[in-house]
Write a protein that binds this ligand. Structure first.
Ligand code: PMP
Length: 307
């Protein structure tokens, strides 16, 4: 159930949160957004918003790149978000979407001297990628957009045409997900996930300079791998063919969580199943996000006040 949205400075019925056809962001893709997951903990009867602070920190950075401003500082953004989710009475896993947009009906492409607005909506949300064994991926014929075209480190609405092109191509060709290369031909990321490979027991992931969105889940996985499993992550460029010969390939994202890849371009990865590193990280991640690991409790913002 999602009854309310945060819109133009107040919590209103979702049906009243409407933007006109002339809206600048609708026409030109001039917005920035975030995707945050809420995890329902049945035992505690509690909903946890995972790494809300880090998502808002990234949103602030995205805004700076687009010369936009958020209406509040981060503690207040968190407060407003928690209040909205509470009002929507989610008692299931859910998704929270904050979005900053240009609240203007001006015809003309630019960023400056246009009013900024901010909204949040929420929705129940299950799995994003098929669960179970490893998913099937292809290398996309589309290339990840360059930092000097649309900065990929900013989560810009218009940038997602690039993701949609690669995702639809992959799915219509019978795959679950696309892996997108940079213009130089190195591995960048999935259509909405960061990517890791496992070689000789170490994790390797492309650096920010490969036009990736620097994922909150990517950071979480790097930290959990190190602190809980003693696995180091190396950030370096990855060639396409390294994917084929890796022991494991793993996609990470707020929506995708920790998803093992079983096959890329019709080549089985490792033994084609779920490898030991992915299994370990999936197990850790699923407990951490539901607030079940005390050490990482500060990553989980509780929505409901306990009696
Ligand atoms: N890359 C892209 C293009 C994405 O859309 C996402 C999902 N937000 C990610 C990577 C993963 O980022 P995060 O772990 O912060 O969700």
């Amino acid at each position: 159930m999602s009854t309310y949205a945060y819109f133009r400075g107040e919590i209103v019925p979702l049906g009243e949160a409407k933007i006109g056809v002339m809206n600048h962001t609708f026409n030109y893709g001039t917005g920035v957004f975030e995707g945050v997951r809420g995890y329902w903990n049945e035992d505690e009867q509690q909903l946890y918003l995972f790494r809300l602070k880090e998502h808002y920190e990234r949103m602030q950075r995205s805004c700076r790149i687009l010369t936009m401003a958020l209406p509040f500082d981060i503690p207040k953004l968190i407060e407003v978000t928690v209040e909205l989710v509470r009002r929507n009475e989610h008692r299931e896993d859910c998704y929270v979407r904050p979005l900053a947009y240009k609240d203007s009906e001006l015809i003309g492409v630019r960023l400056h001297s246009l009013p900024d607005e901010f909204l949040i909506y929420t929705a129940p949300f299950g799995k994003y990628l098929p669960p179970g064994g490893g998913i099937r991926c292809c290398t996309s014929s589309w290339r990840r957009i360059d930092d000097n075209a649309i900065p990929g480190r900013a989560k810009v609405t218009g940038l997602y045409v690039n993701s949609a092109l690669s995702k639809s191509e992959a799915m219509l060709d019978g795959y679950d997900e696309a892996i997108v290369l940079t213009h130089s031909g190195f591995v960048s990321e999935g259509s909405a996930e960061n990517i890791f490979i496992v070689v000789d027991g170490k994790l390797i992931t492309p650096p920010a300079s490969e036009n990736i969105l620097v994922g909150v889940t990517r950071n979480t996985v790097i930290q959990l791998a190190k602190e809980e499993a003693g696995i180091e992550t190396i950030e370096r460029s990855i060639a396409r063919t390294e994917l084929y010969s890796a022991d494991e390939v793993i996609l990470t994202g707020s929506a995708a969580e920790v998803t093992p890849v079983g096959e890329i371009d019709r080549r089985p990865i490792g033994n084609g199943g779920v490898g030991p590193v992915a299994t370990r990280l999936q197990e850790l991640y699923s407990r951490v996000v539901r607030g079940q690991v005390d050490r990482y409790a500060e990553w989980c913002t509780p929505v409901y006040t306990k009696e």
